[in-house]
Design a protein. Structure first.
Length: 285
């Protein structure tokens, strides 16, 4: 990773024009498709003007703004470019060929932002009775994780906790599937042991979902304590260590031939039930 990309612009006030795929900054950005490079740089890529505007509003640190030549002069693009420069970031104006190659898409979005990753810690999570958290044991599928982050945002959950070896929430595929919610939902990573120690230290209702759960998920009182939902891995479900630590082991009743629900679907069902008492249509407020 070049020093320029890592630290942001030294050319404050300037926009750099790039048309060559061999440009070292472009190479660095393209390398962000690799987890190792994302981890080393502590950055990730998000596509789309609206996402970039939202991220800046939410206080995320932008390192580099990339936009297509065709977007030059558009007022909103000029505004985000000015903000990026004001915050010490680098602005690149690139050809569509370069943008396609960065995003690996034929019809790329006109704007791409490279942001610093952000992680919360378990002790940062507020434990008041209106809070709901989703914890995911070894989630593997980037699309599932992105969908869960988006759903957690929509349901008003306050964070997603990733337990053990999970797929990277900052991968391009996951970020795409979050549809911008990556910037709105705090993410925590922890080992199962750290999670269990945290759970012992605070008052919360730990509700684990399991195909062998004896209780109907609708029988739980989700209103008294902060709720932490615990969801299992796509293939193997929840390990005993985690299932045993739960206050409740619940199941979503099913009919038909399917053995189980997709993880993201099961998480959505649980989230909207756990927060049913807190969710109202805006017209009803
Ligand atoms: N073969 C896995 C098993 O035996 O647990 C199936 C895992 S399922 C695809 C992934 C996760 O979704 C489960 O660990 C659980 O958290 C949740 N899940 C799916 N269907 C569920 C149901 N009917 N009731 C409760 N949880 C469910």
């Amino acid at each position: 990773m070049t020093e320029e990309l890592r630290r942001g612009a030294h050319r404050v006030g300037q926009v750099k024009e790039v048309t060559s795929l061999a440009n070292p900054i472009v190479k660095d950005i393209k390398a962000l498709t690799n987890k190792k490079d994302r981890e080393q740089s502590g950055t990730f890529m998000a596509e789309g003007l609206k996402l970039v505007i939202d991220a800046l509003e939410l206080g995320w640190t932008i390192r580099t703004l990339v936009y297509a030549k065709a977007a030059k002069g558009k007022p909103l693009v000029e505004q985000v470019a000015a903000k990026t420069v004001a915050r010490g970031g680098l602005v690149l104006e690139v050809s569509e060929k370069v943008l396609s190659s960065i995003t690996r898409r034929d019809n790329p979005q006109m704007v791409v932002g490279i942001f610093d990753q952000k992680w919360a810690r378990l002790p940062d999570l507020e434990l008041t009775s209106d809070k709901t958290y989703v914890s995911l044991d070894r989630v593997r599928d980037p699309g599932n994780l992105g969908t869960i982050i988006r759903t957690a945002d929509a349901a008003g959950a306050s964070g997603v906790i990733l337990l053990g070896e999970c797929t990277d929430p900052f991968s391009l595929e996951t970020v795409r599937a979050t549809m911008g919610s990556i910037f709105a939902v705090p993410l925590v990573r922890a080992t199962a042991e750290e999670f269990l120690a945290w759970r012992k230290g605070g008052a919360m209702e730990l509700v684990a979902t399991h195909l062998a759960g004896a209780a109907d998920y609708r029988s739980v009182d989700y209103t008294k304590n902060p709720v932490v939902l615990l969801m299992g891995n796509e293939q193997s479900g929840l390990p005993d260590l985690l299932a045993k630590a739960a206050d409740r082991l619940v199941r979503i009743p099913q009919q038909g031939r399917a053995d189980s629900l997709n993880l993201a679907v099961a998480t959505a069902v649980m989230l909207f039930e756990a927060r049913r008492h807190l969710l109202v249509l805006e017209d009803d407020e």
